[in-house]
Design a protein around this ligand. Structure first.
Ligand code: GAR
Length: 192
């Protein structure tokens, strides 16, 4: 049976798109659900385009009920991928899917992680600090923001004069290139 992937995203979902594209052709795994806290998120349109079902949940549903967990269990989800999802995972979700939740972060953790460190905030902080390199981190999720075990990192150079847009673009290129493959690798390990 194919491994089953659920993606959580709060915004555009360009990484979700790359993951859906990658596994559309796979004999080993498939994306079975896209979840979001944001009814306006463009990721919902992207899921529709792939004819993948989606679920929108409220803060109350996510933190005060087991509805999301029930949905993921019913769908027999094997791995949960946070791709630009901005809420902290509740303990109940971590306990229901131990070592099965991974996150993408647009910096080289442990630098530039933690609460409030998402999207442009991260790149602005990196530029303000005059860093000469940055990169991406894919890590297991635990009860703290951006602190779980690191699975993968890749780096890019920041050249003098690089703007926010340039740094963001370089990071996004690495994310799109690596995230689907890292998920595939993890699923292969889960199989053996
Ligand atoms: C990605 O760059 C991801 O690294 C970042 O949100 C972006 C989502 O882009 N995640 C975080 O900042 C988490 N702290 P996307 O919606 O186009 O995939």
């Amino acid at each position: 049976m194919k491994k089953r992937i659920a993606i959580f995203a709060s915004g555009s979902g360009s990484n979700a798109q790359k993951i859906m594209e990658h596994f559309k052709r796979s004999a080993d795994a498939e994306v079975v659900l896209v979840l979001t806290n944001n009814p306006q998120a463009y990721v919902l349109q992207r899921a529709d385009n792939f004819e993948i079902p989606s679920h929108i949940f409220s803060r109350h549903e996510f933190y005060e009920t087991d509805e999301v967990i029930g949905l993921l269990k019913n769908l027999q989800v094997d791995i949960i991928v946070l791709a630009g999802f901005l809420w902290l995972a509740p303990k109940s979700l971590l306990n229901a899917f131990p070592n099965k939740i991974i996150n993408l972060h647009p910096a080289l953790l442990p630098k530039y992680g933690g609460k409030g460190m998402y999207g442009d905030n991260v790149h602005k902080a990196i530029l303000a600090a005059g860093e000469e390199e940055s990169g991406i981190t894919i890590h297991f999720v635990n009860a703290e923001f951006d602190e779980g075990e690191i699975i993968h990192q890749s780096k890019f150079k920041i050249e003098p004069g690089d703007t926010l847009e340039m740094v963001k673009f370089k990071g996004q290129q690495l994310e799109h290139q690596h995230f689907p493959k890292v998920i595939e690798g993890l699923l292969k390990k889960m199989r053996s």
